[in-house]
Design a protein around this ligand. Structure first.
Ligand code: NAP
Length: 285
């Protein structure tokens, strides 16, 4: 029986990245749908849960993606509201690679230093990756701040993570590299999750900071998010700090993403969101 993965994307064009990784993770056929909302998925979900015998339902699964994590969260919940005993399939949420990228980054930080009680700043942390990473670090006991160019965006992201994970995050407004340099003055951990191709810190903003232990950059598109680092940095020491570049930890992100896809087909009851994806990341890291 073919393993079918239905890609439910909240954007009008379903992510080609997610399609490729779905095949690499073991799906035999991937069916991408774009522009999905809680209001237009009923027949699509019913088609996944009513078609195969109970023992075969594990061969059908749903992946929720798209660039908007809040829309993704709503769609992920809406999908599961159509399930009832005996009629469900496995489902995963990973809008913009948010859970898998954040989980891989935080799991790698945890191999480099302890997290509990540490001060962590997520630069450009208002996107899907930054929000989820902030929540994962906070759940590990770190004291986490999210920076944005606009305080209201940072506040919105913190509120959203409080609602979903019951974590208390601190919003910071930092409009340019100098302001972000000041924002990390007493940080032990810095994770840069700004948009692709945006430099968030220059070398001089972190090189002499005595408090910093670990810096991680999620952005692999030049210019990198953290000046003076290399996207291939794999937990190497630069100026007394441990550096993880986007490709350096990205190999774990891709392996994790593929492993999650494979897990969807183990049975028909998997519900993979931040908590379980982060647990798997720690095992793999
Ligand atoms: N390494 C990997 O394996 C991997 C996998 C997936 C994604 N990524 C990367 O992870 C990063 C985060 O992804 P994402 O989807 O969460 O990002 P995103 O939503 O595209 O952007 C994150 C934030 O960047 C800030 N930003 C945008 N333009 C900016 C500018 N000109 N100056 C300063 N800040 C700016 C925005 O924050 P404000 O408007 O609030 O300031 C935005 O919310 C991206 O670089 C992406 O390419 C890496």
């Amino acid at each position: 029986m073919k393993k079918l993965l239905f890609q439910f994307d909240t954007d009008s064009h379903p992510s080609s990245f997610d399609t490729v990784v779905a095949y690499d993770g073991g799906a035999d056929h991937v069916i991408p749908h774009g522009g999905l909302t809680p209001d237009n998925i009923t027949s699509l979900v019913e088609g996944t849960i009513f078609t195969r015998a109970p023992k075969d339902k594990k061969n059908t699964a749903i992946f929720v993606g798209g660039s908007d994590i809040v829309a993704g969260q709503e769609l992920y919940i809406a999908v599961q509201k159509h399930f009832f005993p005996g009629f469900q399939v496995s489902v995963m949420l990973d809008s913009n690679g948010s859970n898998t990228t954040a989980a891989a980054a935080v799991a790698k930080i945890a191999t480099s230093t302890s997290l509990s009680g540490k001060k962590a700043v997520i630069l450009g942390g208002t996107g899907p990756v930054g929000q989820r990473a902030a929540a994962m670090l906070a759940l590990e006991g770190a004291d986490v701040s999210i920076s944005s160019r606009h305080i209201f965006s940072a506040e919105k992201a913190c509120f959203s993570m409080k609602e979903r994970f019951n974590v208390d995050l601190t919003p910071i407004e930092a409009a340019d590299c100098d302001a972000r340099g000041e924002a990390i003055a007493d940080a032990n951990i810095v994770l840069a999750t700004g948009a692709a191709g945006i430099e968030l810190l220059k070398t001089e903003h972190w090189i002499d900071n005595p408090n910093l232990e670990v810096l991680v950059d999620a952005n692999a598109t030049p210019p990198l998010g953290l000046g003076g680092t290399d996207m291939l940095d794999k937990g190497i020491n630069r100026h007394g700090k441990i550096i993880w570049g986007a490709i350096g930890f990205g190999t774990l992100k891709l392996a994790l993403h593929r492993a999650c896809i494979a897990k969807l087909f183990e049975d028909n009851k998997q519900a993979l969101d931040a908590e379980l994806i982060y647990k798997l990341a720690k095992e793999m890291a």
